[in-house]
Each structure stands twice: as structure tokens, then as C-alpha cells.
Ligand binder design. Sequence first.
Ligand SMILES: C[S@@+](CC[C@H](N)C(=O)[O-])C[C@H]1O[C@@H](n2cnc3c(N)ncnc32)[C@H](O)[C@@H]1O
Length: 283
Amino acid sequence: MTETNTVRPLRGTVARLVELYEGKLPVLDLFGTEGAALYDNMSRNDRSEVPEFLRVGGPAPKQVLELACGNGRTTLPLLEAGYEVVGLDSSPDMLGRLADRLKEPEWAQYAGKLKTVEGDMTSFSLDRRFDLVVLGTSTVWMLDAEGRASLFKSVHEHLRDGGKFLLTLLHFTAIDESGTAFERATNFIGQGTTAPALCTLYDYVDPTERLRTMSILAHQVEDGRVTGSAVHTTMTNLITPTELAAEIERSGLTFVAEHEVHREQLAKQDPGGRHWVLLEATR
Ligand SMILES: C[S@@+](CC[C@H](N)C(=O)[O-])C[C@H]1O[C@@H](n2cnc3c(N)ncnc32)[C@H](O)[C@@H]1O
């Protein structure tokens, strides 16, 4: 287990827990081995962005590059819709979850329509062009300004003329840069790599610091008792859709529209006026 490199300090409940445990609570990468298993448990049946990808992306057949495809949460429904997909991700553990899912009876029939690549979305060369490039789940927030410029350049190089780049991200209408931080906690029981775990997902947003962290506190349970605890975390930079649209334009792509995404599991009274948007750009 490798400790995660958190470039920025932890915040919210998780920061207090690390203090409480006096440094004995491991803080790991959310997309490492154990975190990938727990993320997969939590997210695998969430198809929220898929109808919007299909509506804006257009009818199959399409050659699609999904960046940061991870465990295939959206990749598998895109295959089911008839798209041919190349999925790229930097985490071998997340790609391993996707490979496992492709062996499940529900998905095995699509294995021939998917190619996966372990790589960095800010710098890759696949030597071909696609009809669509998609990037979901606010993953663009994992990059800094330099990384995003590099990402958009790579997307430009991999889209055919008239091809579309579709990017989804969270947006908070009710917060501004001087707003106070808020946190939402959700409990679930996840299956880790060796044992089940009692999990709490802490979703922390600080508008002033332009920071969002997603952390799963997992208590592994074996033989009726907790045998280990760890935090699996990822830190991201809050960037607004308007800022991203401007960056996309600067990259040479043409920004087309911002679409609303309907994600059923999000309550309307979510803090900060949380909702999802899909940014559409073209080459
Ligand atoms: C929030 S998960 C999204 C996974 C999946 N697309 C989904 O919607 O559930 C973020 C993914 O981004 C991947 N990732 C982070 N930085 C990356 C990079 N620079 N290049 C490629 N993948 C990256 C992580 O490994 C992880 O699988």
C-alpha cells in the first residue's frame, strides 16, 4: 500500500481524523488497489451521464476515446449503446476493475469492442482519430492549468474534423469564491480486495481554496471486528464551466454549448446548488 501524495493539505472531517489517529491512519490514493475496489462498489451502477453522452454524441456507430475511463462506469454503457471504445486511464488498478467487469456475463459480449490503454490523458499518442472524445465525472479537475492545456491539445490531435469532445463536471450555482466550505457524508458497505469494509464517503468542497476532496474512510471488517482502517482520497481543483469553456477555445477547439445533465441520485437541495453539466466542443 502506497501513501498518497496529497499536494495540498487534507481538509474537513478527514483532516481531523488523521490528527485524532495521531498519524496512524494511512492516507492512500483513491485510485490505488483498495480505493479502486471501493470506488467500483460505490459507482458501478451509476449511469447518470450516459443518456447525455449518447444524445449529444449522436447515434452509433461511433469511434470513441474515453479518457480516465477508470472502472468503466460509463464505458460499459457506451459499448452497450453500440459505440466502439478505446478507454485510457493512468491507474492499472482502475483498469483492472474494468477488465474484471468485462468478464461478467452482462458485459462479456462487448469485450471485442473495447481496447484499453494505460496512459496519461495530458500526454498520449494513439496514432488515430476519433468521432468522439469523452471525459466524465469532473475528472478534468484532477489537472492543473498546465495539465488541462496539455489535455486539450491531445484531444485536438485525436479528434477527426467535425468530431466532438464531451466533458462532464459538477457545478455549484449557489457558491462563489468567498463562500464557506461544506461537506457531505454518505455511508455504505463496500467489498474491498480482501474483506468487506464499513465506509463513509466525505465529499468536501471549499470555494475559497478552489478545492474539492473525495475521501472514503474504510474500516475493514474480518471475523466480526475491525482489523484495519484507512482513508482513500483524491484532491481536485474547482474550475467553473465558464473557465473551462474559455480554456477549450484557447486550445484551438470550438466550444459549442453547455448542457444540463440529469443525475437522479442527487437531491435538489444539495449544498451549493450542486448540479452536473456537459460541455460540448468540436474540432
Ligand atoms: C473519478 S474517476 C472516474 C472514473 C470513471 N470515468 C467514472 O466516471 O466513474 C477518475 C479517474 O481518472 C483517472 N486519472 C486521474 N488522472 C489521470 C490522468 N492524468 N490520465 C489518465 N487517467 C487519470 C483515475 O485513475 C481514475 O480512474
